[in-house]
Ligand binder design. Structure first.
Ligand code: GAP
Length: 436
């Protein structure tokens, strides 16, 4: 990794901690590897990203229903899906320092860290296990889901019949997934607890290839529309040898992170593998009956499966901007307004003038009815602007002495730094329109 790349990653980790986006989990105890806590601004950003995904898929399309299935499922689900048998990494252990490595990442028979001898390679299942109920034995064993997808597959008929859906249609779900990952570098990129946003889109066999290509385009454009620079995104079709056990084809949407091009989302053609497997293991037929064609079949599935944490990381890197303004370094996050965690900050120019403070607080209360807004008087105006720029707040409203006589405030735009005087009576409507 080049020094400049390392620096960018360090800057982002530091900004995320300093400004309340992302903290190491259990930090005061030394941290828990590959698990992360979203702070006040990170939690807002995450909510906004999820809202954008849900809106564009579940609300704006006519052919997708939402779902929120349980994280814990019967172990048979993971036998049917193939995860118990083949959701594995091949690993080697160091006999000296006891570190564990993916076999593919080690060249030769010596530990890359301490030079000691390595064990033979062995298979290691990535699913996290737990026990339900008071007795910890084979019968109480269950798994924390490694993908949200299976909750959708086992509910295919429930959703289809409850909502009287005709194929093609999809089911969308977001939520936590868990994997006992071995390589856990690169900040939140590969976490052990993370969130996915997944769609299983059910189609007639034969229509799968057309839908697969449509979904690759659709998902690529979603990231661009939300602000990721096109030149930092690419599509990469999987080689046959890379395909997951369930997939006939897969295209990754990759982002150019400081540590290299890496997967944000995979769009896979899962064929009828999962529905067929669940029908076989549960003994319950899972079929769709096409009334018009009087045809009964097991649908094929196209799956756009994205990572919420990875997307957040990509949006943060993509938005990060450093420039020189009037001889000073200015850092801003040029986030799409819909994603920005704080929409407006109201700043009084003089915090020791009660009339100014009162007016600023009143404006803040009005704005809070529409979106996340805050009042801040804890520093000089220049410093307050810099703080808001650094977390991507699209607008700052400044209340000054003149505001008391001309009943106007200054609205400053994050990206252009242009300032406009707007009537106090109009400022709420003005900002609501700007942030639509
Ligand atoms: N249902 C298909 C599936 O789970 P995947 O490629 O293993 O496919 C889908 O995961 C997406 O989930 C990835 O593109 C990535 O964005 C996210 N993801 C997977 N493992 C992750 C991890 N350990 N940490 C963060 N995100 C992860």
């Amino acid at each position: 990794m080049a020094v400049a790349e390392l620096t960018m990653m360090d800057k982002m980790v530091s900004l995320c901690k300093r400004r309340g986006f992302i903290f190491q989990s259990s930090e005061i105890y030394g941290g828990l590897a590959a698990t992360w806590d979203y702070g006040p601004l990170g939690a807002e950003l995450k909510r906004n990203l999820k809202e954008a995904w849900w809106r564009s898929n579940v609300y704006e399309r006519d052919d997708i229903e939402g779902l929120d299935a349980a994280i814990m499922m019967r172990p048979e689900v993971w036998m049917a899906s193939g995860h118990v048998a083949s959701f594995e990494d091949t690993l080697v252990d160091c006999k000296g320092c006891r570190k564990r490595f993916k076999a593919e990442a080690v060249h030769g028979k010596k530990c890359p860290e301490c030079g000691s001898e390595l064990t033979e390679a062995r298979q290691f299942n990535l699913m996290l296990k737990t026990h339900l109920g008071p007795i910890e034995d084979e019968g109480s064993l269950t798994y924390l889901r490694p993908e949200t997808a299976q909750g959708i597959f086992v509910n295919f008929l429930n959703v289809q019949t409850a909502m009287r859906r005709k194929i093609p249609f999809g089911i969308a779900q977001m939520g936590k997934s868990f994997r006992n990952e071995v390589t856990t570098k690169s900040f939140t990129f590969r976490s052990r607890e993370f969130e996915q946003m997944e769609i299983e889109f059910f189609v007639k066999p034969g229509a799968d290839e057309e839908w697969y290509h449509k979904w690759v385009e659709e998902r690529f454009n979603w990231y661009v529309k939300l602000g990721i620079k096109k030149e930092n995104l690419r599509k990469r079709e999987h080689e046959r040898s890379e395909l997951a056990h369930y997939a006939k084809a897969c295209t990754d949407i990759e982002y150019q992170f400081p540590f290299g091009w890496s997967e944000l989302e995979g769009i896979a053609n899962r064929t009828d593998f999962d529905l067929r497997q669940h029908a076989r293991l549960s003994g319950k037929p899972i079929e769709y009956f096409d009334e018009e064609a009087k045809d009964r079949f097991i649908p094929y599935v196209i799956e756009p499966s994205g990572g919420i944490d990875r997307s957040i990381l990509a949006f943060l890197f993509d938005a990060y901007k450093e420039e020189e303004v009037k001889g000073e370094k200015r850092v801003s996050l040029v986030l799409n307004k819909s994603l920005a965690p704080m929409k407006v900050a109201v700043l009084p120019l003089l915090r020791n003038r009660p009339e100014i403070v009162e007016l600023a607080k009143n404006i803040t209360s009005g704005l809070k009815r529409h979106f996340k807004a805050m009042y801040d008087d804890t520093a000089s105006i220049g410093r307050l602007y810099r703080r808001q720029d650094e977390v991507g707040t699209p607008y700052c409203v400044t209340v000054d002495v003149e505001s008391l006589s001309d009943k106007k405030v200054t609205v400053r735009d994050r990206d252009t730094m242009q300032q406009e005087r707007i009537s106090v009576s109009k400022v709420e409507e003005y900002l609501v329109n700007k942030l639509k």
